[in-house]
Design a protein around this ligand. Structure first.
Ligand code: ZN
Ligand code: FE
Length: 257
């Protein structure tokens, strides 16, 4: 199966739109285009034709460019069937376990509710690339707008099980802020301290901290570690506490951090 090439475009205050290009067929997708102009500019610079939009969820900072991109490129929009009323221009409705082709590259749909009820992630198994939208961030996770802590914990566990070397593209550059909270939770976690040093260096040079990897997030992201003794202890719970409850308390504390 064909491998993909990825281009990350910083837009708005802290969003990333990512272009996914399959070179054999020329198929090209924009993941979560919150705006259209910077996407069209990058497409022109690369000489790529937009064929698809992939939306992880309906929020405006992820879908705001849909209609203009459809009008100007004729691309199709792939998104959750559950959000057919909320994603502008949605034409290919997908659900858990569905696989579709971006040219010769297979993409699998994972339902990851919690941030919104219809949130999905896109997993490219032949390239080990994940588009996590606003579910999983580096050193953090999305806010619970339409789901319970249990939903989000289950969604994060699903993503955590992907191969360790998976490159994770999140939709926001929130890593430094997330890191300040994570450090309060696990101040002795060496993987976290290493990641924080790396993040500081990257941001000082104005560079993205994304993509991250599943391995790094398993080791350093407190929200993926709600079933560890150290994170349970950090939120004042017993070592054997229900991880969903630990996760809920962690998310509550981050909300007011
Ligand atoms: Zn969102
Ligand atoms: Fe967002």
């Amino acid at each position: 199966m064909a491998k993909i090439v990825v281009e990350q475009i910083p837009v708005l205050a802290d969003n990333y739109v990512t272009l996914v290009h399959e070179p054999n067929s020329g198929a090209t997708a924009a993941v979560d285009p919150g705006v259209s102009e910077p996407v069209l500019e990058r497409l022109a610079a690369k000489g790529w034709q937009l064929t698809h939009i992939l939306n992880t969820h309906h929020h405006g900072d992820h879908t705001g460019g849909n209609l203009d991109l459809i009008r100007r490129t004729g691309c199709v929009v792939v998104g959750a069937a559950k959000d057919s009323e909320r994603i502008p221009g949605l034409s290919i409705e997908v659900a858990e376990g569905d696989t579709f082709l971006l040219g010769g590259a297979a993409a699998m749909v994972l339902e990851v509710p919690g941030h919104t009820s219809g949130h999905i992630a896109f997993w490219f198994p032949d390239s080990h690339v994940l588009f996590a939208g606003d579910c999983l961030f580096s050193l953090g996770c999305g806010r619970l707008f339409e789901g319970s802590a249990e939903d989000m914990w289950a969604s994060l566990k699903k993503l955590r099980e992907l191969p360790a070397d998976t490159q994770v593209y999140c939709a926001h550059e929130y890593t430094a802020g997330n890191g300040r909270f994570a450090r309060l939770v696990e101040r002795d976690n060496q993987a976290l301290l290493t990641r924080l040093e790396q993040v500081e260096k990257l941001r000082a040079r104005g560079l993205p901290t994304i993509p991250t990897t599943i391995a790094d997030e398993r080791a350093a992201n407190p929200f993926l570690r709600a079933d560890t003794k150290s994170v349970a202890k950090a939120v004042g719970m017993e070592p054997g506490a229900d991880p969903a409850l630990v996760f809920a308390e962690l998310r509550r504390r981050k909300d007011v951090f």
